[in-house]
Structure formats: structure tokens, C-alpha cells
Ligand binder design. Structure first.
Ligand SMILES: [Zn+2]
Length: 183
């Protein structure tokens, strides 16, 4: 793990952090966006080449940004929450490309995870309306519950309709326009 690439990463992150040590510096960052390299030839700040998915990480203490960062380098931070954010971004990108191809997005593990639903709630995708008693939390809780139903055919038609409506009118349009996902 202590390769030249790792040393380059450590230098870049430490220089842009408030803390002077790598171990404390890594705690200051979050993954804030992803972009797909058109030809898969992106290069990480550590020097690793041929990356398809390029992430931006942002320092929550001083606002500094590092780009492009590969997912392998995010793994080096050894933070579960950052790795989860990477997984969420990959799912969101998948939702967006499927939606752009005109496919219907279902509430399945192909497109969603609990963390994706949490993300959508946190960023305000579940806008308040008369159907959720003016509180997006109710949409989030409903989708969370329905996502957990293993045999989706057991979900009543009325609930199926409600899932469809929240996904088609809120979740999917939000993801299509989410500027954290690049172009
Ligand atoms: Zn790297």
C-alpha cells in the first residue's frame, strides 16, 4: 500500500488539509461529486492512470477541493462513509443513464440501496406535497419500507402506484438534474 502513488496522494491531501498529519487530515474530507471520463483515461492526483470515474473530494474545514481522485485513493482514507458515498454516486449515475435511455426505474437493488434513499432525502429530492403531508420524510420512510419488501409482487397496487409516482416525479428527475454527477 505504501507505493509512490500513495505518497503522492498523502502529500496532496495533507497539503490541502487543516491538520498537518495524514491520519487526522483524512477526517476533514467528503466525496462531493463524480464525473465520467469520456475515454477512461483520467489521471488521479496520485498519478494513477486510466480512470473512468473521477471523484471530487471537498475539505469540510477550509473548502479546498481535490480533483480528480480515483476510488482506490478514496479507499486509502479508510473511511466507511466515504466508500459508501462512492457506491451511492455509482448507483445514481446508473439511474441517470438508464433514465436517459428511457428505461423505467424500479425500486430494486439494481438502482437503489438504503444509502441511495438516504442521500435523496438528505439532498431534498423528496419535496413536500399534499401526498406526503408536506414532509419529504414520509416519502423517504415509505420507500425505505417498500425497498425492504423482498417479494415486490406482494406490494398492493395502491402502494405500487405510490412508489411509481415518487420515483417518476421526484427521485428520477432529481437524479437526472443532479449536478454532482457531472455531464
Ligand atoms: Zn489516486
Amino acid at each position: 500500500m505504501k507505493t509512490a502513488n500513495f505518497h503522492a496522494l498523502r502529500r496532496a491531501v495533507t497539503e490541502a488539509s487543516t491538520a498537518s498529519k495524514w491520519k487526522t487530515g483524512v477526517l476533514e474530507w467528503e466525496v462531493t461529486s463524480v464525473a465520467e471520463h469520456p475515454t477512461g483515461e483520467g489521471e488521479c492526483v496520485c498519478g494513477q492512470t486510466n480512470l473512468l470515474w473521477l471523484y471530487t473530494i471537498t475539505n469540510t474545514h477550509n473548502g479546498a477541493e481535490l480533483f480528480p481522485i480515483g476510488s482506490t485513493c478514496v479507499n486509502h482514507f479508510e473511511r466507511t462513509d466515504l466508500n459508501r458515498q462512492i457506491a451511492v454516486f455509482r448507483k445514481l449515475v446508473h439511474i441517470r443513464s438508464a433514465a436517459r435511455e428511457g428505461r423505467q426505474i424500479a425500486l430494486t437493488t439494481e438502482y437503489f440501496s438504503r444509502a441511495v434513499l438516504d442521500y435523496l432525502y438528505d439532498v431534498g429530492a423528496f419535496t413536500p406535497d399534499q401526498y406526503n403531508e408536506n414532509d419529504g420524510w414520509n416519502d423517504w420512510e415509505f420507500l425505505r419500507k417498500m425497498f425492504g419488501v423482498r417479494d415486490k409482487t406482494e406490494i398492493s397496487p395502491k402502494r405500487q402506484w405510490k412508489i411509481r409516482k415518487i420515483l417518476d416525479q421526484k427521485a428520477v428527475p432529481f437524479v437526472i438534474n443532479d449536478d454532482r454527477l457531472g455531464d
